[in-house]
Ligand binder design. Structure first.
Ligand SMILES: CC(C)(COP(=O)(O)OP(=O)(O)OC[C@H]1O[C@@H](n2cnc3c(N)ncnc32)[C@H](O)[C@@H]1OP(=O)(O)O)[C@@H](O)C(=O)NCCC(=O)NCCS
Length: 143
């Protein structure tokens, strides 16, 4: 059962540092720790994203979601991630709701997400996405 964490602030296009997001991303997706010379998240989000949401609890960076778009009415979320020590308190849902609100305020009409079956309870049941068919092509594999 979720314990709602009302002490968390959800900041549309909120400030964050590369050190903060690299640490969260490495933990969330179990990768090695990259640095800003390999991957400049701050510049990449500023340049390409419609927006993003930063979750902070007592100023600590505890969650993030990136919001991409087609420049018109379709927005897409990527890289939803929550500090492992603070999961199952509703922060993931809070991030997605703030992303939805930011995309809607920017004039978008649809919010898309892709995910594996094991995350169905999060995206469909908890966040409220409608299940749809989708496809994925691995562009790095040989034809
Ligand atoms: C997925 C993730 C963002 C969820 O964050 P969270 O703050 O724990 O989510 P919430 O507390 O808002 O979850 C609400 C409900 O969604 C479901 N849910 C949450 N995480 C889930 C998971 N990993 N798998 C399946 N269902 C999940 C549960 O029903 C949960 O309710 P409960 O806490 O009562 O069990 C977090 O587990 C995470 O950062 N995972 C690693 C990165 C990742 O895989 N991101 C998604 C990429 S597509």
């Amino acid at each position: 059962m979720s314990t709602s964490d009302s002490a968390v602030d959800y900041l549309w296009r909120g400030a964050f540092t590369n050190d903060e997001i690299h640490a969260l991303h490495a933990e969330a997706f179990e990768t090695r720790l990259f640095d800003e010379h390999e991957w400049d998240w701050v510049d990449q989000c500023d340049t390409y994203s419609l927006g993003w949401v930063v979750a902070r609890r007592d100023q600590r960076f505890v969650g993030f979601v990136n919001v991409l778009w087609d420049g018109l009415v379709h927005a897409f979320i990527e890289d939803v991630m929550v500090d492992a020590a603070l999961r199952h308190r509703g922060i993931g849902v809070g991030l997605v709701r703030a992303a939805r609100d930011g995309a809607r305020a920017a004039g978008c009409e649809f919010l898309h997400v892709g995910f594996d079956a094991d995350l169905r309870a999060f995206y469909i049941d908890a966040c409220g996405f409608e299940p749809v068919l989708g496809g994925l092509m691995d562009l790095t594999s040989a034809d």
